[in-house]
Design a protein around this ligand. Structure first.
Ligand code: KG4
Ligand code: ZN
Length: 342
């Protein structure tokens, strides 16, 4: 690019986090996230409340991101926004705002697939730290609240889904089981926290048996529910008495399922570069397991920093950067898409 730095503004609003980030090429200059506490009371994200909160947060969050980056809006080369998948009302806020700002600044607009963003989070650099990045082709285990996929990443913008869940996502399994234990939403991080003090082999839950590289988590949730129901006939406070062991055993089971398929995929495609992505890759058990498996198998493994695993705009910005280099721009008539194939 002739040595000239490219400043990209990334905007993410697909679910319940409003986020804006500025990158200078691949280096992150700022990343702000406004979380929506309001959903906690409801045990899940309420779409109507999410879009209203995005509407309130988006201007201050973008303003902060640009100021913290120490640049003027006029220096931006393009605006990258999440086109989908996600909640329609939430996506509309980020999309409309991005269109307006791009028009006002007379700069290109770049549509980003949220899932591709999670994967390319592995390429975000932070100032003064040299981080090694995956080499193509690599396998990415993308695990979030809405998705569980194994992706063969051939290039920044060329990816092939080689396996995915046929029902619940891994994050959903964490969250639904947490709900069964009466933990607040989202339960994944809490299960992670309690697991640290529990025995991962205290209880055994049925693992799904799905052919090929696909996953299934709905059976595990049911088996967890029935197990607790039976135990509570004997001890009505069973959950309270065994909370940490239940969490640790459940987490071990989910992580084992994920690692078994990752290993199958790596063997099938003869790949030694593996990466994690998505909200569930914040999970301590999963991070440890992938590091251990990589050591055993002689793989190089890559895990994004915690703050780049859950929804954030830095990952949208980095994807926007690679699309910018490829001159893949969106028109002003682009619309968000709740369900996006990639
Ligand atoms: O990627 P993400 O922020 O949003 C989606 O695109 O879905 O992922 C959110 C999911 C939730 O299901 C949440 O419970 C899960 O990631 N999660 C975790 C942890 N942190 C977030 N699950 C297990 N352990 C964690 N530490
Ligand atoms: Zn996400």
């Amino acid at each position: 690019m002739g040595g000239k730095s490219v400043y990209i503004l990334g905007i993410e609003s697909s679910c319940d986090d409003t986020s804006a980030a500025v990158l200078k090429d691949t280096v992150l200059l700022s990343n702000f996230i406004a979380n929506q506490e309001v959903h906690k009371t409801y045990g899940g994200v309420v779409p109507e409340l999410a879009s209203r909160a995005h509407q309130q947060n988006i201007v201050p969050v973008v303003d902060l991101a640009i100021k913290k980056a120490g640049i003027e809006p006029e220096q931006l080369a393009a605006i990258a926004f999440t086109q989908g998948p996600g909640l329609m009302g939430s996506l509309l806020v980020g999309t409309s705002f991005s269109k307006g700002l791009a028009l006002a600044l007379n700069i290109p607009l770049i549509d980003v697939n949220h899932l591709q963003g999670h994967i390319l989070a592995n390429f975000i650099q932070v100032p003064d730290v040299e981080k090694s990045v995956p080499k193509f082709p690599f396998l990415c285990l993308l695990v979030s609240g809405g998705h569980t996929q194994l992706i063969l990443v051939k290039d920044f913008l060329h990816m092939e889904i080689v396996g995915q869940t046929i029902d619940d996502a891994a994050g959903e399994a964490f969250d639904k089981c947490a709900k069964i234990m009466d933990l607040p939403y989202p339960g994944g991080p809490l299960i992670d926290k309690f697991s640290a003090e529990g025995n991962p082999h205290a209880f055994k839950f049925n693992k799904p048996r799905i052919a090929g590289l696909d996953f299934s988590f709905s059976g595990l949730k049911t088996s967890f529910l029935y197990f607790l129901r039976d135990q509570m006939l004997l001890d009505k406070d069973f959950i309270e008495h065994h909370k940490v062991d239940l969490c640790a055993s459940l987490q071990r089971t989910i992580v084992e399922v994920l690692m078994e398929k990752l290993l199958d995929a790596a063997r099938k495609y003869n790949i030694r570069e593996v990466a994690l992505a998505g909200g569930v890759s914040a999970n301590t058990g999963l991070r440890n397991a992938v590091v251990q498996l990589s050591e055993k198998e002689g793989w190089n493994c890559y895990i994004p920093e915690f703050r780049f695993t859950t929804d954030n705009a830095a990952m949208i910005g980095i994807t926007g950067y690679y699309k910018y280099l490829n001159k893949e721009f969106a028109s002003q008539s682009i619309a968000p898409v709740a369900r996006l194939g990639n």
